[in-house]
Design a protein around this ligand. Structure first.
Ligand code: DAH
Length: 339
């Protein structure tokens, strides 16, 4: 019996050593100690052992069992430790490696400038209204006193979808749309994208942005227009800023003017920035033409109004001293995040 147990023990050691992983080790445990295992069959045959030898044999069987269990546990521990170490090695983090950076975007200079302009006018009680980029000729030209054959149509050549539908050349059609709602008084600005059939260069693009302004109420005068735009220029370019109104012509305003601001770089003395003149042109404006009011259903004897139009890119380029408009459309984050 002793030999048989010895044999079982040797067999067990072999099986345990042959196990390559925890699964195999478990199979070995079942084969050796399980119900159909060799050791169990020894226990089952105890009835054939002489009664006086039974305690001795029983003890031997138990010792063998304990020994084998110990070997199995040791092997299991060894394997578990090895597996844990392998996992740790595989998951090691090298804290000296450069971090993966999340690239965060940046507000576009146009957006920053627009939000500034909106802040100023909302502060003066204006509302922000947007109009369609695909517009009727009727609103883009007709209702703004630019009938078929008017030379202004040549200056503002654009992309036509049909004879009557086009990509708007200006935000001024929003004036007509605001007036036609019939809600008076009006105090609104209307920012948005406009289009012209222009070649790309440092100061031109087939697509750019404007901000339209319109006020219609009883007793609105040119003095209101001047006061409003002077205040706007001071808020935008600093409290020292002076404004100059130069007579001009726009078909939908009468009288019309172009507005210059004193150069915020040299204060008006003349520098490279203002091309030596001390002044920088920023917008067009005027009193809403009575015929335009009439075409939009407003009685010009009762109501008057003023309007203005600012180029958004122009403001952004001036404010941030960018000398090529194309930079605004490349959307290179290295450029954008400087502002
Ligand atoms: N829409 C004009 C343009 O694109 C700018 C303009 C001038 C708008 C005078 C106005 C205005 O509202 O009163 O050249």
């Amino acid at each position: 019996m002793k030999e048989r147990l010895q044999k079982i023990r040797e067999n067990a050691v072999e099986k345990i050593q042959a196990a390559v992983d925890l699964n195999a080790l478990n199979d070995a445990r079942v084969a050796i100690l399980g119900k159909k295992g060799e050791l169990t069959s020894v226990l089952k045959s105890m009835k054939d052992v002489a009664p006086e030898d039974r305690p001795k044999v029983g003890q031997l069987v138990n010792e063998t069992r304990e020994e084998i269990e110990k070997l199995l546990d040791e092997a299991k521990n060894r394997m578990e430790t090895a597996a844990r170490e392998a996992k740790l090695r595989a998951e090691v983090i090298d804290v000296t490696l450069p971090a993966k950076k999340n690239n965060v975007g940046h507000r576009h200079p146009n957006t920053i400038a627009l939000e500034e302009v909106e802040r100023i006018f909302i502060g003066m009680g204006y509302e922000v209204m947007e109009g369609p980029e695909i517009e009727y000729d009727l609103y883009n030209f007709e209702k703004l006193n630019i009938p078929e054959g008017h030379p202004a149509k040549d200056e503002q050549d654009t992309f036509y979808i049909t004879k009557d539908i086009l990509l708007r050349t200006q935000t001024s059609p929003c004036q007509a749309r605001a007036m036609e709602t019939g809600k008076l008084p009006i105090r609104m600005i209307s920012p948005g994208r406009v289009f012209r059939s222009d070649e790309v260069d440092a100061t031109h693009s087939p697509s750019f942005h404007q901000i339209e302004g319109l006020v219609v109420d009883k007793n609105i005068t040119f003095a209101d227009l001047k006061g409003t735009l002077e205040e706007f220029a001071k808020e935008l370019f600093g409290p020292e800023t002076k404004t100059k109104f130069r007579p001009h012509h726009f078909p939908f305003t009468e009288p019309s003017a172009e507005v210059d601001v004193s150069c915020f770089k040299c204060g008006g003395k003349g520098c490279r920035f203002c091309k030596g003149s001390g002044w920088i042109e920023i917008l067009g404006c005027g009193m809403v033409h009575p015929h335009v009011l009439e075409m939009c259903g407003i009685d010009p004897k009762e109501y008057t109004g003023f309007a203005f139009g600012v180029g958004l890119e122009r403001i952004a380029l001036l404010k941030y001293e960018i000398d090529d408009m194309r930079l605004l459309y490349e959307n290179d984050i290295r450029f954008l995040k400087q502002f």
